[in-house]
Design a protein around this ligand. Structure first.
Ligand code: 0X9
Ligand code: ZN
Length: 433
């Protein structure tokens, strides 16, 4: 970056700070290392290290490359390097100071939002906050009176209203089966709510094109589940994952919502009882208001819900149950057929590869996630979709990548939904599944 540009960014930061707008953790001199594993044993060791060193921010295993990226503060670098040497682990410094990148991204996002006034949004131009997304959702019933309905299902821990949108074709028929999509259960996975907004626009603005998807099905979309955590990534700490509810440990805030659901909750593999860890599961199942809300939505529509899809990033996966065991459900062929329809459609359209398969086998064991809960609650098709990585640190694609990523992913989701509505036509559904 030129020194002039750097200076301008610095000035901006100082200005924001002086007017009190910046609780922002600037990540000054935070470094990103890539650690390489050469065999399954080393990969296991890396993942174990990630758990033992919760103060290292593990940006997720680089799933296709047997590695792991780690974000560390300048004070932790020596500790990390000593350990890497001791364990003889190959590593590479990818970024010496992440702060410039984050500041530039914030600035790009901010500038892009100036072009429109809320409740109008430009999905491709910027990442929106929870408050902005709610303002947009609230504007839709007026624009699409017979087709869009906003409901609030509860509050986040910090008292943010948790809203979801029901989209129908406006034919007045009630009690249609439901496709339910949620996003941002993990705060830093910003591409997921952007995709949810794009899906909303596609379905509302192009009803003819998507007539088959809406004929016998309603769509319920919740763009931001972890409202507090997501807001926190915009205001304070870009790589926050968990919620913002305090834990029993005064030094550690937040619970991993995707370990807090009440099915097989508490299994130690892939979830933790330690509030310091990123995969902390909470004191009890559903002790987070946000997971309660998703549970309540699932239960409210339980006799109508056919397809549950939870949007996450990253890794190019379509993950089917179970996540708590590598044993496959009896109906895995049905699930696989739907997932494969999505992966094939994406591959044909853009060449991007997605892997389809059991969560535990493809990724890792992790109990207490929403997909397993939904599947166990009786919804025949339940998936977690991991969108592609973006940006320097996987979770931070720049706004300029939103267009490509959301359009590509929608092609897959549309194909999956098409498969679902054909596989479970409304008549067959009254007897089965
Ligand atoms: O670990 C998670 O919660 C998900 N991956 S992420 O990188 N977005 O955090 C995967 C969840 C897969 N589902 C289950 N394990 N049940
Ligand atoms: Zn996630």
């Amino acid at each position: 970056m030129s020194s002039l540009k750097h200076f301008a960014l610095l000035l901006l930061a100082l200005l924001l700070q002086s007017v009190g707008l910046l609780a922002w953790q600037d990540y000054k001199d935070y470094k990103v290392f890539e650690l390489q594993a050469h065999d399954a044993g080393q990969l296991k060791m890396l993942r174990q290290l990630a758990r033992e060193k919760p103060h290292w921010d593990i940006l997720g295993s680089r799933r296709t490359h047997n590695g792991l990226r780690v974000l560390v503060s300048p004070t932790q670098v020596d500790d990390l390097l000593a350990l890497l040497q001791e364990k003889q682990l190959e590593h590479q410094l990818l970024l010496d100071d992440i702060s410039e990148l984050l500041l530039a991204q914030r600035e790009e996002n901010r500038r892009s939002k100036l072009r429109l006034q809320l409740p109008q949004i430009d999905v491709f131009g910027a990442f929106y906050t929870h408050t902005e997304i709610n303002a947009y959702l609230d504007s839709l019933p007026q624009r699409f009176p017979r087709r869009a309905l906003v409901k609030q299902f509860g509050w986040s821990y910090e008292r943010r209203p948790l809203k979801l949108l029901t989209i129908s074709n406006g034919d007045g028929r009630s009690n249609k089966p439901v496709i339910f999509i949620d996003a941002a259960m993990h705060a830093r996975e910003w591409i997921a709510p952007s995709l949810a907004l794009y899906i909303i626009q596609e379905l509302l603005e192009k009803p003819e094109e998507h007539a088959e998807l809406l004929k016998d099905y309603d769509w319920i979309i919740m763009p931001v589940v972890n409202a507090d955590g997501y807001e926190y990534t915009h205001t304070d700490s870009r790589y926050w994952r968990k919620t913002r509810k305090p834990t029993s440990d005064p030094n550690n805030t937040g619970t991993d919502l995707n370990r807090n659901f009440g099915y097989m909750w508490g299994q130690d593999d892939g979830s933790s009882s330690d509030p310091a860890e990123e995969i902390y599961r909470g004191e009890h199942a559903f002790d987070q208001p946000e997971s309660q809300v998703v549970r309540d939505v699932l239960l409210t529509y339980s006799d109508r819900l056919t397809f549950y899809l939870s949007l996450h990033s990253y890794g190019n996966y379509l993950l089917l149950p179970w996540g708590h065991t590598s044993e496959l459900p009896d109906t895995w062929r049905d699930l696989h057929e739907v997932g494969k329809a999505g992966a094939d459609a994406i591959k044909a359209a853009t060449g991007t590869d997605y892997s389809v398969g059991c969560s535990t086998t493809l990724l890792y064991e992790a109990a207490g996630a929403s997909d397993d809960y939904a599947f166990n609650a009786g919804f025949p098709i339940s998936f977690t979709m991991e969108l592609p990585a973006g940006g320097q640190n996987y979770f931070d694609p720049p706004p300029s990548d939103i267009d490509r990523l959301v359009k590509e992913t929608w092609i897959g989701i549309r194909a999956m939904a098409q498969k679902v509505v054909r596989k479970y036509p409304i008549d067959a559904r009254s007897n089965a599944p």
